[in-house]
Design a protein around this ligand. Structure first.
Ligand code: HEM
Ligand code: HEM
Length: 179
């Protein structure tokens, strides 16, 4: 087994999931809990983005966000059911991570906008915030479906790896070649 996901990345992942989900649960509640959960998610997200530049190998965006051509090549391999196993994020999962980060930022930005004096009570801002959060949860559902699919395909527990950080090395047996 090798260490793939460092402690910061794992804590950032689960606290981000909890705060984003918590913000959704508190969407109609009185008080400021909803807003503070959103701002906590923002702090975690900023930390994760910085970590993506300076963190260890598998945390760096440059090691897993590939070009459109490479990602399409991987998607074709998935359709042909011959995609290689990736020890870090796979190229499709990587672009989903980018999409999730952008979607969360947009939800928080529109939520903040609604609290400003100029846009307070403005209907389209509230609708945009609501619509973007629906879109965000569609992405989250696809993200979880992708995790489940990859876990089954390569017979490994990716959720467990996001908890303890370890994955099997290519030498310990791969179902399909490894990258
Ligand atoms: C609001 C909910 C969620 C958000 C915003 C979210 C976001 C993310 C992000 C940003 C990453 C990249 C991790 C990194 O490199 O720092 C990631 C990876 C991952 N997430 Fe989530 N996630 C959510 C919910 C979940 C849930 C509920 C599960 C478990 C079923 C899950 C399982 C995973 C796994 C296994 C990975 C690693 C994928 C891989 O091996 O490449 N996520 N998620
Ligand atoms: C990831 C974080 C967030 C999620 C998922 C989220 C999601 C939602 C959802 C689904 C609603 C209900 C909209 C409706 O039914 O009309 C809502 C309402 C609201 N959110 Fe957020 N939100 C987040 C962050 C924030 C932040 C950071 C702020 C402000 C600083 C904020 C301010 C508000 C306000 C003021 C409302 C009430 C709008 C109204 O009166 O219709 N939200 N949010």
């Amino acid at each position: 087994m090798i260490d793939v996901w460092d402690p910061f990345l794992r804590i950032a992942h689960w606290t981000l999931a909890i705060t984003v989900f918590g913000a959704w649960l508190t969407r109609h509640s009185a008080g400021r809990l909803h807003e503070w959960l959103g701002y906590t998610a923002l702090v975690i997200l900023i930390g994760r983005v910085l970590w993506g530049g300076i963190g260890p190998h598998h945390a760096r965006f440059s090691t897993f966000v590939l070009s459109a051509a490479e990602t399409m090549g991987y998607a074709r391999q998935v359709l042909a059911r011959e995609e290689p196993r990736h020890v870090g994020h796979n190229p499709l999962g990587a672009w989903m991570i980018v999409a999730l980060i952008i979607a969360i930022l947009l939800v928080i930005a529109t939520g903040w906008l609604y609290t400003t004096e100029t846009y307070w009570g403005v209907e389209w801002v509230a609708r945009l915030h609501d619509g973007l959060s629906n879109f965000l949860f569609l992405l989250v559902a696809l993200h979880i479906a992708g995790v489940a699919y990859s876990s089954l395909r390569h017979r490994e527990n990716l959720v467990g790896a996001m908890v303890h950080g370890r994955k099997r090395t290519p030498a310990e047996g791969d179902h399909g070649q490894s990258v």
